[in-house]
Design a binder for this molecule. Structure first.
Ligand code: NAX
Length: 325
């Protein structure tokens, strides 16, 4: 058995966390040899509900769950943390503009970045799930200047896995036969799912990108899948989002032989994307780190879509400049 690691989860009384924390505690994120101290963070009014989550975690008697703490104090919650899943955010209320949501949520991620900087381990791996996830990750990163920028990521894994699943369904093939899916850009409806390098059963499928199916069905379906789920379920994605968060952290830590889509700092990218935004690039994970896939180019057929998602991220960043230090 390894020494316990500290896993902090914000928004821990919310829906996604309710699907995630039990799986983290059972070893599905960090493996069956890794004991865990769970540090559950939410705002003060949610403490009563969070206590209920704590009781249920206790009642599961997970052998790997070394301790559970609940708090609304960020310095305490992020103390010595090795992994931080920033899920908590404010949902968009009726009549609220995207830029207002950005400002309100940005104010959540500024103090969280500072608390991570001052209290987490220097090796902490940070995943931002709360929307708008990419720009929230940028705010967190800017407010944690002592921590390597490569340790801040935003969650694009749900978009990636949604794309993979739709291709597997189209070909009637098992998921594991679908490889090298890419989703570029922002976790929003400007994201660009790309099949330029994708393979099914070891064969390239890039010719699909010239079809109406790709333009009129696949891309809009992936871009709007969150809305499709709300429409059908009456609630936003929770279990699939939790699954994506766990897969993201698991693969970052333990590796994955396939390509993955990871929201990461755009600095020094070879694709001509502007610097200082958190942008999703194709990536490989091994030995506890991820690296951008650089031996490829953005296909001309999607260049204008990629520019659109880039522009959106630049505008998001520029609307919260006061939160970036
Ligand atoms: P819920 O509204 O169920 O839960 C949010 C929780 O966050 C609540 O318990 C709330 O008290 C807490 N919270 C609010 N402010 C906080 C703060 N300052 N510190 C700590 N906790 C705080 O939302 P849920 O369905 O769990 O979704 C959480 C976030 O994930 C939302 O922003 C949502 O838009 C986003 N999503 C991101 C996805 C992605 O792929 N990146 C996909 C799924 C999801 O839409």
């Amino acid at each position: 058995m390894n020494k316990p690691v500290n896993v902090a989860v914000t928004g821990a009384a919310g829906n996604i966390a309710y699907s995630a924390v039990f799986r983290i505690a059972s070893g599905q994120m960090l493996g069956k040899e890794q004991p865990i101290n769970l540090k559950l963070i939410d705002i003060e009014p949610a403490m009563q509900a969070l206590k209920g989550v704590q009781y249920e975690l206790e009642d599961c008697a997970f052998p790997l769950l070394n301790s559970i703490s609940i708090t609304s104090d960020l310095n305490e919650g992020f103390g010595d943390c090795d992994y931080a899943l920033l899920i908590g955010a404010k949902p968009r209320s009726k009549g609220m503009e995207r830029k207002d949501l950005l400002k309100d949520n940005g104010k959540i991620f500024q103090p969280q970045g500072k608390a991570i900087n001052d209290n987490a381990r220097s090796t902490v791996k940070v995943l931002v799930v709360g929307n708008p996830a990419n720009t929230n990750a940028l705010i967190t990163m800017h407010n944690a200047p002592d921590i390597d920028t490569k340790q801040f990521t935003s969650m694009m894994r749900l978009d990636h896995d949604r794309s993979k699943a739709q291709i597997a369904l189209k070909y009637g093939t098992p998921i594991k036969k679908v490889k090298k899916i890419i989703v570029w850009g922002n976790h929003s409806n400007t994201q660009v799912p790309d099949l330029t390098k994708a393979e099914v059963n070891g064969e390239e499928i890039k010719e699909l990108m010239n079809t109406n199916w790709y333009k009129d069905k696949f891309v809009p379906r992936i871009q709007n899948r969150g809305a499709e789920i709300i429409e059908s379920r009456g609630l936003s994605s929770a279990a699939s989002a939790a699954n994506a968060a766990i897969s993201h952290m698991r693969d970052w830590t333990s590796g994955n032989s396939d390509w993955l889509s990871i929201g990461q700092i755009s600095n020094n990218n070879p694709f001509g994307i502007s610097e200082d935004i958190i942008f999703s690039f194709p990536s490989r994970c091994s030995n506890g780190i991820f690296e951008m896939v650089t031996d490829m180019e953005i296909s001309k057929s999607i260049q204008s879509l990629v520019e659109k998602t880039e522009k959106e991220l630049i505008e998001e960043r520029d609307s919260v400049l006061e939160l970036l230090k």
